[in-house]
Write a protein that binds this ligand. Structure first.
Ligand code: CA
Ligand code: CA
Length: 152
């Protein structure tokens, strides 16, 4: 009887350990998969400033991390801006994954990956800008995000 109890006790300990490990790995920010949406903050768009900057309702400004869209000009700059405006019109709700290693830039803007809900899925707009050639990679370590890995 004592032996059975010991076996049961060991089983419980093992189960608790497994639960802890699984719980840790799914909640650890470092563990989230590249390309897997990781949304830390929900926000509402006020207006799009340019292809890589969005103003939020409440006054917060967001700079899309890892990308540089050309400044708004009639030529290529407008493509990035049009793309962002298309998915982030005023009043729409977006998801943010703030750069844990560099949260605010020198202009006071929140540095983040912006997710827009497209056909029911959260889509990484930063990566989309690059994929479509509307913006260039701008990787400034230290950063939680390596834009080169978005396409690995
Ligand atoms: Ca720019
Ligand atoms: Ca983050």
């Amino acid at each position: 009887m004592k032996k059975v109890f010991m076996i049961l006790a060991c089983g419980v300990v093992v189960l608790v350990c497994v639960a802890l490990i699984v719980g840790y790995s799914t909640s650890s920010p470092a563990q989230h998969l590249q390309g897997q949406p990781h949304i830390e903050q929900i926000a509402t768009v006020d207006y799009v400033v340019d292809g890589d900057t969005i103003n939020l309702q409440g006054g917060e400004k967001v700079r899309l991390v890892g990308v540089d869209a050309p400044e708004t000009s009639p030529s290529e700059g407008s493509k990035a801006r049009e793309f962002i405006e298309n998915f982030c019109p005023p009043g729409v709700v977006i998801g943010l994954d703030v750069d844990d290693l560099n949260q605010i830039d020198r202009y006071g803007r929140t540095i983040a990956v912006v997710y827009a809900k497209i056909e029911g899925f959260w889509v990484n707009l930063n990566a989309e800008l690059l994929r479509r050639g509307y913006a260039k990679i701008m990787f400034i370590p230290p950063s939680e995000f390596n834009p080169y890995k978005w396409f690995a």
